[in-house]
Design a protein around this ligand. Sequence first.
Ligand SMILES: O=C1O[C@H](COP(=O)(O)O)[C@@H](O)[C@H](O)[C@H]1O
Length: 254
Amino acid sequence: MSETTNNNNVVVEVLDKEDLAVSLAQYVANLSNKFTKQRGAFTVTLSGGSLINYLRKLLEPPYVDTLEWSKWHVFWVDERVVPKTHEDSNYKLAYDGFLSKVPIPPGNVYAINDALSAEGAADDYETCLRHLVKSNVIASSLSGFPKFDLQLLGMGPDGHVASLFPGHPVVEEDKKWVTFIKDSPKPPPERITFTFPVINSSAYAALVVTGAGKADAVHSALRGSENSEKLPAALVSPEDELKWFLDKDAASKL
Ligand SMILES: O=C1O[C@H](COP(=O)(O)O)[C@@H](O)[C@H](O)[C@H]1O
């Protein structure tokens, strides 16, 4: 195991895959305890993809029995514009693999409206977030963007996070909270996604990245030169701490 921290509050932990799941569960549990004590709620966002499998240790003792699941409020960093029952749905992936196994009140699980167009679903999700900021379920950052307690992120081999792909104009979006794309380079093409101001207004973020196919992007995000164009993953910068959870293959080019 190795762990390094730099002075921008970025922590990098390299573990084998099993220990990574153990460490991630401990990290999420600590933050759940901290925020439920501090503010009576824990607002956490999920990604799709491989992340959900790495949350598996939260489904085991001691966490499954001791976490204050009733205080959790769950959101999606990004979602594919498909029905919730579709194999490509990030909601379905999270529900089948995680949410259906823990007692989070269904009213605290904020899925995207799958009956709307990409544009409509993005606007609708932003409206939902605005109501929850007004009612103090989600905290607010000084900049006015929602301040989630923890964003759980994955990264693709191209360095994308959420549905913010390298070189796509939505990477630059600085006003909207939630936006949409219709030309995702990774299928399915239509998606909605949090924007960087929302991702970076969160208190904590975890980037969970495994596999040799992501080693180049990990190297570029963490060791890329100041002058080279930054991958979306390199732009993740939450207010308190960013922690990278890497397996040895993903970290092999560091
Ligand atoms: O398409 C997506 O990909 C990323 C990365 O997924 P992974 O399977 O390579 O970990 C994911 O974080 C994002 O939520 C998803 O929509």
